[in-house]
Design a protein around this ligand. Structure first.
Ligand code: ADP
Length: 481
């Protein structure tokens, strides 16, 4: 059951006012299948109103606000997020099925994004450029205007923090479309943003279906930049819609990220990262380490120790703070079961025990560790988005690089080795947006630019880099003789 809320979850926030929509959708708790509440099913008319409200904010108070004041609003918002960590944690736990400790970490990360971008808002500036005699030339960093943010259900708070936080810092007015499976923390964030003093229309939130509200936002001619995190299929649709309006898009589309373990690695240090980066959030993480490449001499040891860790994990309803909760929905569970049909002939070396008393209507799936798996097998190539990892043995460094780079994705990679020279070689050779040497940071790192290559997408979020993505550069050339 939902705790009492300071907002009505069936409403949308447009231009600073909570409004009803013509229709609603049920929001389900994936831990037990119960309906938590009704949420808005925004229509094209709601999207039009939200985009118009964002544009008005740019034309009025929000557009006139100094970078310093924008930063202060964000910093206050970060403080309010911290003060409401308990409620945000409960909402995410119920809505996404995320274990309490992991949901709390996301709430704290959301506060961190607000603090980071609050502090950065007045520190992004242009340059002066030496040009011809008699000229002064400089550049200005300006907001795109109205930015559309289409957010998935796996890490709502972190993804809102990294995209909306950076966009607001640069003075854009945001229209946020949270996922239909998880939108309570987005609404709570909007409630807190009002309290933090953001002018009306600086942040608008319109829950609804992807194909309806999401598509209407992506093709809206009044939107000047789109940020999307989600599946490759949907990313392709969004980029195509954005192309009609010729607007820039940031796409973060997941991956099949490897961790590579060499024989000289510190296995005690590596082990928790190898397993947890695959099972965190029940494997529903864009940067999940879903492939573990292991050098032949330590293959048996690493496989046995990972299997042990799988057996020791606890599955349960998210509210009981297990290691692994349910998937976000029965739709995701069915999708994963279909993909796992391809694994029938693969050796499954560990399954986490499923407690007999799990709620029958919950979206639980048994975590599974497969190995050895041929690198070109569908299970080692396709993003599964569930608590499943594959182990792939290799002999040489070159072979490891070839296997690691041998998917359509390129988001994150981890390398475990004692050799500094090898660390440097792999950091260059791996075709990904991030490389972790002797650590692995699935999802973390507010300060660290993040994004992919290949089918993992393009553009960078997080860190200072995101501020460049959420702004446009104007060159001013003055001739004064
Ligand atoms: P999933 O299928 O796991 O929900 P998606 O990538 O489809 O993953 O969803 C991520 C986000 O994209 C959600 O907010 C969803 O509502 C939205 N979305 C889904 N389909 C579309 C679409 N055709 N146009 C715009 N947004 C969409």
């Amino acid at each position: 059951m939902l705790p009492s809320l300071p907002f009505d979850p069936s409403l949308v926030l447009i231009g600073g006012s909570w409004r009803s929509t013509t229709d609603t959708l049920p929001l389900v708790n994936p831990s037990d299948g119960s309906t938590l509440c009704q949420i808005a099913r925004s229509t094209e008319a709601d999207v039009d109103a939200a985009v118009a409200a964002a544009q008005s904010a740019l034309d009025e108070a929000w557009g006139r606000m100094s970078a310093l004041e924008r930063g202060r609003c964000l910093t206050r918002l970060g403080q309010l997020v911290l003060e409401h960590t308990d409620l945000l944690t409960t909402l995410e736990t119920l809505d996404v099925g995320k274990p309490v400790t992991q949901a709390r970490a996301d709430a704290i990360a959301l506060a961190r994004y607000c603090e980071f971008y609050g502090g950065a808002a007045d520190k992004v500036h242009g340059e002066t450029i030496p040009y011809l005699d008699g000229y002064t030339v400089y550049t200005l960093r300006e907001p795109h205007g109205v930015t559309g943010h289409i957010v998935p259900w796996n890490y709502p708070m972190q993804i809102i923090g990294r995209s909306v936080g950076a966009a607001l810092a640069m003075g854009n007015a945001c229209v946020l479309k949270p996922a239909e499976d998880a939108c309570l923390t987005a609404l709570m964030f909007a409630h807190l943003a009002k309290e933090a003093g953001f002018p009306d229309g600086a942040l608008n939130v319109i829950p609804g279906l992807g194909a309806q509200a999401g598509a209407a936002l992506a093709r809206h001619p009044g939107v000047h930049h789109l940020s999307f995190t989600g599946s490759v299929q949907t990313g392709r649709i969004i980029q195509t819609l954005a192309a009609e309006n010729v607007v820039p898009v940031t796409l973060e589309l997941g991956g099949k990220s490897p961790q590579i373990v060499f024989e000289d690695a510190d296995l005690d240090a590596a082990l928790p990262f190898l397993v947890n980066a695959g099972l965190q959030n029940a494997g529903q993480t864009c940067s999940a380490a879903s492939r573990i490449l292991i050098q032949r001499g330590v293959y048996d040891t690493v496989a046995a120790r990972m299997a042990e860790a799988y057996h020791a994990k606890r599955i349960g309803p998210a509210e009981s703070d297990p290691d692994i909760g349910p998937l976000v929905s029965t739709k995701q569970k069915m999708r994963l079961e279909t993909l796992l049909a391809a694994a029938q002939n693969l050796p499954c070396i560990a399954e986490t025990p499923m407690p007999a008393d799990l709620p029958r209507e919950g979206a639980y799936i048994q975590p599974r560790l497969y190995g050895p798996v041929p690198p070109d097998h569908p299970l080692a190539q396709d993003e599964l988005f569930g608590p499943v990892q594959v182990l792939i043995p290799f002999d040489t460094e070159d072979e490891a690089i070839q296997i690691a780079n041998g998917t359509i994705y390129g988001l994150v990679a981890g390398v475990w080795t004692d050799s500094g020279a090898r660390q440097m070689r792999l950091a260059k050779a791996l075709k990904t947006g991030q490389v972790f040497l002797n650590n692995y940071g699935a999802g973390g790192g507010v300060e660290l630019p993040f994004g992919g290559i290949g089918k993992s997408g393009h553009g960078r979020e997080k860190g200072f880099e995101a501020l460049y993505g959420f702004s446009t550069l104007k060159t001013v050339a003055a001739k004064h003789g």
